[in-house]
Design a protein around this ligand. Structure first.
Ligand code: GAR
Length: 193
């Protein structure tokens, strides 16, 4: 079984899609939801779906490796970042080599890096008058948005598209492809040990 921990700081719409997609799966189980925000909506989803959740304290996250103990309780062997905004500390990257992935709401390497999340990304794409945007799913390393790219797909932008329209188009791609890409990875490689 691939036991996934989903990290999210926000509304968790991607987390919900992933949870729904793998409900009843024989290969994948969402074992833990992790957030750095006590008020994150994703925690309500965890409660609704009866999935254990963990709110992490920033200092503890960076200065201890306590989260690894939680991971071992839930036998987590794969990590999915779905709108998680803290940089992942080195010990965690090292503990999950090629087993931690992130989704980014643009076509990396453009529009990535520190501070590039959510609407900030879509506003930058809008201001640059890009004709396309899209999503990138990539492995996580020690730098924001720089790990090896696993999957990208694009959407066309119209001249009249505002940042909110870009966000909508990109989110539709995220919801459609993110669970499927996770499934592909799990089918290709055995993460269960
Ligand atoms: C998603 O669009 C994701 O790509 C983005 O945060 C959003 C979370 O939405 N992540 C980043 O910008 C990371 N740099 P959600 O909470 O509705 O799933």
């Amino acid at each position: 079984m691939t036991n996934i921990a989903i990290f999210a700081s926000g509304t968790g719409s991607n987390a919900r899609k992933i949870i729904d997609y793998f409900e009843g799966s024989e290969n994948v189980k969402i074992r833990l939801i992790v957030s750095n925000k006590q008020t994150a909506k994703v925690l309500d989803i965890a409660k609704e779906k009866d999935i254990p959740s963990l709110v992490i304290n920033r200092t503890e996250f960076y200065q201890s490796e306590n989260i690894l103990e939680k991971f071992s309780i839930y036998e987590v062997n794969f990590v999915v970042l779905a709108g998680f905004l803290l940089l992942i500390p080195e010990y965690l990257v090292t503990a999950f080599p090629q087993r931690m992935i992130n989704i980014h709401p643009a076509l990396l390497p453009k529009y990535g890096g520190k501070g590039m999340f959510g609407m900030n990304v879509h506003k930058a794409v809008y201001e640059a008058q890009e004709k396309t945007s899209g999503i990138t799913i990539h492995y996580v390393n020690n730098a924001y948005d720089e790990g090896g790219i696993i999957f990208q797909t694009e959407c066309e932008l119209k001249e009249q598209d505002q940042p909110e329209d870009i966000a909508r188009k990109v989110q539709a791609l995220e919801h459609h492809y993110f669970p499927k890409v996770i499934e592909q990875l799990v089918l290709q490689k055995d993460y269960s040990s």
